[in-house]
Design a binder for this molecule. Sequence first.
Ligand code: 5AD
Ligand code: SF4
Length: 361
Amino acid sequence: MEAFGLALQKASASEQINQREIVALLSADAEQMPALFAAADTVRSNTVGDAVHLRAIVEFSNYCRKNCLYCGLRRDNKSLPRYRLAEDEILQAAGKAAALGFRTVVLQSGEDLFYSAAAIARIIERIKQKHDLAVTLSLGERSREDYRVWREAGADRYLLKHETADERLFRFLKPGGDLRERLRCLHWLKELGYQTGSGNMVGLPGQSLATLAEDILLMRDLNVEMAGIGPFLPHHATPLKSAAGGTLELTLKTLAVTRLCLPGAHLPATTALCTLAPDGRRMALGCGANVIMPNLTPPGVRDKYLIYPQKSDITEQPELALAGITSLLAELARPPATGYGHAQNFSGGNGNGKLEGRVYQ
Ligand code: 5AD
Ligand code: SF4
């Protein structure tokens, strides 16, 4: 049997595959792709099940101290109007998420030191006091102490994408950055008992299939509970404006192989993928994804969180978006999950004790 078939057989039998085998899967041609996607879909169904977790995302500040070459929020992008939500506005957005039935709110921002560790902790505490919501943070690289304080305040999960496992490419794309420092943050988060998410972009300039395989292996080694995988989409106001973006096919293949290599992880159908193809969400759900993250950022500022152009979720009202998701899920016979959606392999407690002693879906 050829390399693709052998690797697929092995991965489908839950055997660990190596970098060469991952590359063979990522090389799937148009004829092989359906088998790869079907295998990922089967593994997804057998491990995390058919339910789809809905997480409300609130992008509360688009200020960023970093200058990543690919990102529209980079500090040198002077054409972007910046905003910061006040604490009460963040609380209101979280309240709206709870009222709409979400069980998780994801608080996301650029790397904005305007919000002190104590201010973020207060927001987490207030959300936890008022609502029955799991809290995910996605605030970039901070000190171990900041992460500790937020965990103590009740944060359950943290998303920090490694973006690319290629150290040289990482340094190029993130001036002043260092992949090892980012990995150190991910280790801290794990140590502190966060359910930890990482992820990467697909189709970055200079990236190869071998690099993408390294991305997957890195996440397998880290044993991440979540992996956000989306295409790189060139943004006109960044140095990478003329670069080619990631393709739909390669993103779906990467998602599918990630499902095979990290069977129990939560994998979102990312907004970037939905931006690339109108049917992206449906396709991702058929290739291993089991999470959707609708945007609950208040409408007045939502169009300013422009990490890449034409972000697909900037205009839709949450109620409308939810109605669309509900009908898609019904059509696919994939029920919306009713629990918090904690990771399957997660055994850590929660800082405020709220999550202890319960059974989660
Ligand atoms: N295309 C796709 N994804 C991007 N991100 C940032 N810029 C882009 C882009 N041009 C993603 C990164 C980062 C998050 C803020 O958004 O993965 O983690
Ligand atoms: Fe800032 Fe993150 Fe964008 Fe980099 S990718 S500029 S850290 S928001």
